[in-house]
Each structure stands twice: as C-alpha cells, then as structure tokens.
Design a protein around this ligand. Structure first.
Ligand SMILES: O=c1ccn([C@@H]2O[C@H](COP(=O)(O)O)[C@@H](O)[C@H]2O)c(=O)[nH]1
Length: 273
C-alpha cells in the first residue's frame, strides 16, 4: 500500500486507529475454544466488527509464535482474510526483526512477499545494513523502533550518545539511508512529552504509537505535537479493544471501544481544521 492510499483512508474514515490483534487463548471467550482455529475465529469476528472504525491492524507475531505452527497458520489466515476482504486496510506485522543484511532480506521476504503484510516493525540496533533490506521493497513500509512505550526505554534510548540522545541519533541517521521514504517510526504514547522534539527531526514521517488504553497513554497528548498536515499517526490499542468483553458479546464490545476511539480522533481532527 502506498502512503497516499493510507492517508486517503485516514481522511475518509476520520480515524487513525490501529487495532492490535494480540490474541491470548487465556483471554478469549471460552466458547471460542471449541472452534477448529480459535485464534482466527476471534480475529475474524474482531476485524468484521471494528473495520469501519480502524485504518490498520497490527498482529504482534509473539502471540502467534507462542502457539507454534498452529499459531503461524492462524497469523497467515488472519493476514489473508484482511487482504482479501479489506484491501484498503494497512497491515502491520509487529515482529521487531533486524539482523545482518543477508538475514534481514529473508525476514523482509517472509513478511512482505510470503505473508503479504504492508509493513513490519524492526529494531535499529544493528544499523543501516540491517534495515536497508526491508526498505528496498516498493510500497512496503518499515517501522523502526525509536522511543518505545515501556519503562526500559530510559535504559538506553534516552541516554546521550555524544551530544544527542540515542533515539534522536536513530531518527537523524536513518533519514540518510537508501529508500528512507519507506520508514515509519514507533514512538510510545506514554512518552507524549517527547513528541515535539521528535517532530523537529522527522516532521512528516508516520509514527506508529502504541501505549494508549492498557498502558495508560493519552490520545490527546500524543496528538498535541504528533499530528502532521497528513495526520502522520497510527495510534494502536490492543488489549483495550479486543478484550473489552470476555463474553459472547466480545465483538460488539470491541466495536464500541473502537468507535469511541474513532469519535475521539474525529473530534481532534475537526479541532485542528
Ligand atoms: O514501544 C512499543 C512497541 C510495541 N508495543 C506493542 O504494541 C502493543 C500494545 O498493546 P496494548 O495491549 O495496547 O498495550 C503490543 O503488541 C506491544 O508489544 C508496545 O506496546 N510498545
């Protein structure tokens, strides 16, 4: 998917909501466990109920890998279902990959070509040659960790490297890489006070923002400095939406949560116009 397609979908739906598909069989409604593929059945119901309020879905691969081959099959069925039924939706494989170039190119092929995701998250730690193989794919997007939502972000990411914090170095340096126009960045909603500085370095790039809902980040605070002329944000909520109810009404409850977030987003977008 091109960035222009993503922006057009955001404007059409008045939403920059990304629904995180982090399926844990201990948290899904019990009646679903009788299904042949409970993970896929859960995802299908959540997607069908929430797609009108969301522009992106983000399965975190850990939740599928944890169930071995079966889990990987559920992930494949989920991405195929999205691509076949909702091709206008932006898809994110939250896999946080990155290795020496030769290996990164295999990861990129797996997520972009074999599974058919629009984007994948990567870690910047191994540098340019570990990320450029992902960037080489046309109309695919590489979402690099910049400033993460967890407490441990302060262990390294905000430490000074020379005169600048490490996360700022990551942002600045990555702009020089080949096909850097295919880069987006992860910035946690719990780090809202950093958005103004981040936007000084990358004023136009899309940011994937996890950490609202269960982690307590504020949509309003993120938008204050994070929004760009083309919105430039994909705000993710996983547990806050998909586990809104543990009962037979789980999809309806998820839809209500997604709708509430979309309405908040619309109000914010109306406010900046
Ligand atoms: O900095 C980061 C990077 C990734 N994540 C992932 O996003 C979702 C958040 O889930 P919630 O249930 O909405 O808290 C999850 O997949 C994380 O691994 C993040 O939270 N922070």
């Amino acid at each position: 998917m091109t960035t222009a397609n993503l922006i057009s979908e955001i404007k059409k739906k008045q939403s920059f909501l990304c629904v995180g598909l982090d399926v844990d069989l201990e948290k899904v409604p019990e009646f679903l466990l009788k299904e042949e593929d409970p993970i896929f059945s859960f995802n299908k119901a959540i997607i069908d109920a929430t797609h009108q309020y969301a522009v992106a879905y983000k399965p975190n691969t850990a939740f599928y890998e944890a169930y071995g081959l079966k889990g990987w099959r559920s992930l494949e069925k989920t991405i195929n279902y999205l691509n076949e039924n909702y091709p206008e939706i932006f898809t994110i494989a939250d896999a946080k990959r990155g290795d020496i170039g030769n290996t990164s190119s295999r990861y990129a092929k797996a997520f972009f070509e074999d599974l058919g995701f629009d984007s994948v998250t990567v870690a910047p730690y191994m540098g340019k040659d570990s990320v450029e193989p992902f960037l080489a794919f046309e109309n695919k997007h590489t979402i690099m960790l910049a400033l993460t939502s967890n407490e441990g972000a302060f262990d390294f990411q905000t430490k000074l490297v020379g005169e600048k914090e490490l996360y700022k170095q990551v942002l600045k340096t990555s702009k020089k890489w080949r096909n850097s126009e295919n880069l987006m960045y992860v910035v946690g909603a719990t780090k809202a006070e950093f958005f103004a500085d981040i936007r000084k370095i990358i004023p136009h790039s899309f940011l994937l923002v996890p950490g609202v809902g269960a982690q307590g980040g504020s949509l309003k605070e993120v938008c204050k400095y994070g929004l760009t002329e083309n919105v430039g944000l994909l705000v993710n909520s996983s547990r806050g939406i998909i586990y809104a109810s543990k009962d037979t009404d789980f999809a309806k409850a998820a839809a209500q949560e997604a709708k509430n977030m979309q309405l908040d987003m619309k109000a914010i977008l109306d406010g900046v116009r």
